[in-house]
Design a protein around this ligand. Structure first.
Ligand code: ZN
Length: 149
């Protein structure tokens, strides 16, 4: 990753941290789950509305580090309008992106690519995936609190 791209990615992450998108409980949300990352102190509560297997509304609340907040904010933008299966597939590819596993093309993940740098900081992977784990719990219907421990 060149320095210019890295700066741009950092700017996008900070922007989503300061101005989280889809913050709060969206109207009609019928699924939710909590994610906790004790290692960093991140806590995120994810809400979703599922209609005909499609995520029509999604939002989050919580507090945490810049990575966890930006990741949750970017996630809500990425999954809105997608089917539950598409979200599961996207999470797999995103997980490969932030862990550095597989050979996923960052470009194919759209804005989520800004979190590619996390792979250089393994402890931050939990921050970057916390909201996704919570969303998966919410969409699978268990709604159980997920913890990274
Ligand atoms: Zn964190």
């Amino acid at each position: 990753m060149n320095a210019e791209l890295r700066d741009l990615y950092q700017w996008v992450i900070l922007d989503h941290y300061k101005k989280p998108r889809n913050y709060g409980r969206p109207p009609g949300a019928d699924r939710e789950a909590e994610g906790v990352n004790p290692l960093c102190g991140d806590q995120v509560h994810v809400y979703a509305k599922l209609e005909d297997e499609r995520v029509t509304e999604v939002g989050f609340e919580g507090s945490g580090c810049a990575i966890s907040t930006a990741a949750a904010s970017l996630m809500t933008q990425a999954v809105k309008g997608r089917t539950r299966q598409e979200v599961a597939t996207l999470f797999e590819r995103y997980h490969d992106l932030v862990t550095g596993h597989g050979d996923v093309d960052p470009e194919s993940l759209g804005k989520l690519a800004v979190l590619a740098g996390v792979r250089e900081f393994p402890v931050r992977v939990k921050c970057a995936t916390l909201a996704w784990h919570a969303l998966r719990s919410a969409l699978e219907g268990s709604g159980e609190t997920v913890t990274t421990e």
